[in-house]
Design a protein around this ligand. Structure first.
Ligand SMILES: [Zn+2]
Length: 278
């Protein structure tokens, strides 16, 4: 699906537009028993019935324009329904799921920076970029992106996986992750996080790839690393348990739509290759 991101709203818009409408972590979708869920495509009249905040322009899917907005808690008319954005994966076309993640971040920024963080005056949205400017002190606020590292640590034929205290699914194991601190390089962050959470030192820290993770505003930067020294000992404020797992004995792990799932899949493929050549 071709989605063109732009903050510049066209002068003449299509009659109906896609609306990515949020309520906290949930997004409004049109549900049917037989097909995938859809992002509502609304004309002005049906939008008015939903009582949303002033929509913020997002871009275009072909000729159809896209907006995000926030709705007040209350009843929504059939066939609309709120679904948690994270759990919407697989229940909607993948292209729309990705745009919904982007829409959520733009909407959060638009709502959270209504007032200036420095002087408290009401901000104004700029028309040519995603920026809210303060008319009094001139502070400009952009959508927030919080960089976080995520890393697969390998020891011989095993991968380090852990159950985090804050995981939505308490049975799920995943690779270690953590937020980048001010003044920190990504590789230093990887080493620090692994040491803080699991008590071990690592080496050969290599970039893997990255993924936008809009829950609420992370940019996940993936790495692979190799165990160097130390004994595995978890930080109980971060993890419930951690252990080394072989590729043929993995616990419940995240799906491949996540970078965590991609890293674990990379490890499994590496092991398969090794086994086929040995
Ligand atoms: Zn200000």
């Amino acid at each position: 699906m071709e989605f063109i991101k732009t903050a510049i709203e066209p002068v003449t818009a299509s009659e109906k537009a896609y609306y990515f409408i949020f309520l906290k972590n949930d997004i409004l979708v049109k549900e049917s028993a037989t097909t995938l869920a859809e992002i509502p495509c609304l004309g002005e009249k049906s939008l008015a019935a939903l009582a949303v905040t002033e929509p913020c322009f997002l871009g275009r899917i072909k000729e159809r324009v896209c907006y995000c907005a926030q709705i007040l808690p209350g009843k929504v008319p059939e066939p609309y329904k709120f679904i948690n954005l994270r759990s919407l994966y697989g229940k909607i076309e993948n292209g729309f799921w990705r745009i919904a993640g982007y829409a959520r971040q733009i909407n959060d920024w638009n709502m959270n920076f209504t007032f200036c963080g420095r002087c408290g005056a009401k901000t104004q949205r700029k028309k040519d970029e995603y920026a809210r400017a303060c008319p009094r002190c001139r502070l400009v606020s952009y959508p927030r992106i919080s960089p976080a590292i995520i890393t697969a640590v390998i020891k011989d034929d095993k991968i380090l996986l852990a159950r985090g205290i804050n995981f939505p699914n308490k049975k799920m194991f995943s690779v270690l992750a953590g937020f980048v601190e001010p003044g920190e390089a990504l590789e230093s962050c990887v080493a620090r996080e692994v040491f803080e959470e699991a008590g071990i030192m690592i080496k050969q820290i290599r970039y893997f790839n990255s993924q936008s993770w809009p829950f609420p505003d992370s940019l996940m930067i993936g790495f692979t690393a190799v165990y160097d020294s130390g004994r595995l000992s978890i930080n109980p404020r971060e993890l419930i348990e951690a252990d080394w797992f072989t590729a043929d004995n993995l616990p419940l792990v995240p799906g491949k739509q996540t970078i965590a799932g991609e890293l674990i899949d990379w490890f499994v493929r590496q092991q398969l290759m090794k086994n086929s050549t040995s």
